[in-house]
Design a protein around this ligand. Structure first.
Ligand SMILES: [Zn+2]
Length: 424
């Protein structure tokens, strides 16, 4: 707080009325992405960092994995809360991520498991939405560039790849570790069960997208492997890791979390919160203090039976829903929600609604001053391309008149699947 106040004009103004020393965190006003993004250049604590320079940096795909101004990792988020975010992350933040990961691996894997990972060539498959400046992409690309060993053992796999192709690629890579979005990993589990995917990983690390508990067991069983679950966000990094009891433990040295109701009053442990306020205790270049993340969480009121004394939570936030279409030969083809988070200039938010098995309606929200026809052409091109890649060219795409709809919790779902029995 002292650092933010001293170096960020935004926080200097926000905290103007507060005493020099604040002992109660609840006295600090809540921050929101929308307000912070609107005053980006004042929000950051390094005057060299400006939104204009960052936008130029992001628009250049050859610079993925490169450090901004030689010192910061840049990450972008799609706007599930309605505002796209751009985040600059410093070395302290990176250190937090690595330390949290080390802690998590130490809990998930036994010595014998580590030996198995070595025995299987230490190969790591990172599944994510490539083509963007998602932090996972920039981090993995950066790692691969910085070390020859890393370049050999870590490989990126795009979630935009049609499942049969992804399966073939993974079969030939034979990863010992897989990290990716829960929905994609869960689709891969179905491939492994069907015998098309034949890999032997020791551990699958999935990001918490709110899959039902039974789904994690199914993934573990399909691969005969351990499943680790991570919760976090771009602004926060992965700061909570699952234990064998199915709870996520928050690494308090790096992040503070406050479950709250719609009026930002504390939600007592044992009750579902409306949202969660997060504070990143590592990153100084772009302070995240009592920031409304939008995830609904439940904090345990009693100690977790696993013995870990860190706060234990469950997250109900980003339900990872998958759109499933019938192919022309009658098979079911699934596409994860992330693949629909397309990048089109002038597009602020997209929401894909499945109205019939082979029809999707697209709700758009445009940036101020953007031209609807131009944006729609771009969106159509991206979506028909995506569908064609999955051999779903018979699926029709139409533009909806209505804007994207919000959930009761104020979030925007990227996809809204068709809810009928035969689709399940
Ligand atoms: Zn636990």
């Amino acid at each position: 707080m002292a650092y933010a106040r001293a170096h960020s004009p935004y926080y200097r103004d926000l905290y103007e009325q507060l005493p020099e020393r604040v002992e109660d965190v609840a006295l600090l006003p809540v921050t929101r992405k929308k307000d912070l993004m609107a005053r980006f250049d004042d929000w950051v604590t390094d005057r060299e960092v400006t939104i204009e320079k960052l936008r130029k940096f992001i628009e250049d795909p050859t610079r993925i994995g490169e450090k901004f101004l030689g010192k910061y990792v840049v990450a972008t988020t799609a706007g599930t809360t309605g505002t796209p975010g751009i985040f600059v992350l410093d070395d302290r933040h990176k250190k937090m991520g690595m330390s949290a990961l080390r802690q998590a691996f130490g809990k998930w894997l036994t010595f014998g498991d580590f030996m198995k990972v070595f025995g299987r060539g230490m190969r790591i498959a990172a599944l994510h939405a490539t083509g963007g400046h998602f932090v996972s992409v920039t981090t993995v690309t950066g790692m691969r560039r910085s070390s020859r060993i890393a370049a050999r053992i870590i490989r990126d796999f795009s979630v935009h790849t049609p499942i049969p192709k992804l399966v073939a690629e993974l079969n030939s890579f034979r990863p010992a570790l897989i990290a990716g979005y829960a929905t994609v990993v869960s689709m891969l589990a179905a491939e492994q069960e069907a015998g098309r995917l034949r890999i032997n990983p020791v551990l699958l690390v999935v990001t918490a997208e709110g899959l039902p508990e039974s789904e994690y067991d199914r993934i573990a069983k399909a691969f005969n492997a351990k499943v680790g679950n991570v919760w976090g966000s771009t602004e926060l990094s992965g700061v909570a890791y699952s234990c064998e009891e199915g709870w996520l433990h928050v690494i308090e040295e790096w992040a503070m979390i406050e479950p709250v109701d719609a009026e930002y009053r504390p939600t007592p442990p044992g009750e579902q919160s409306h949202t969660v306020l997060v504070t990143n205790l590592a990153n100084r270049v772009q302070p995240i203090l009592r920031y409304d993340l939008g995830d609904r969480i439940l904090q345990r009121h009693d100690p977790c039976p696993c013995g870990n004394p860190l706060p234990a939570i469950r997250v109900q936030g980003r339900a990872g829903e998958v759109l499933t279409f019938p192919s022309e030969s009658g098979e079911r083809v699934s596409i994860p929600p992330l693949a629909f988070e397309i990048d089109v200039p002038g597009l602020e938010l997209v929401q894909v609604v499945q109205r019939a098995p082979t029809n999707i309606r697209v709700r758009l929200r445009l940036a101020t001053g953007a031209d609807l026809n131009g944006v729609w052409q771009g969106v159509q091109k991206e979506l028909t391309g995506l569908l064609a890649e999955h051999k779903l060219s018979h699926v029709t795409v139409e533009r909806a008149e209505e804007p994207p709809e919000q959930t009761a919790g104020g979030k925007y779902r990227t996809v809204i699947p068709l809810k009928t029995e035969e689709q399940r």
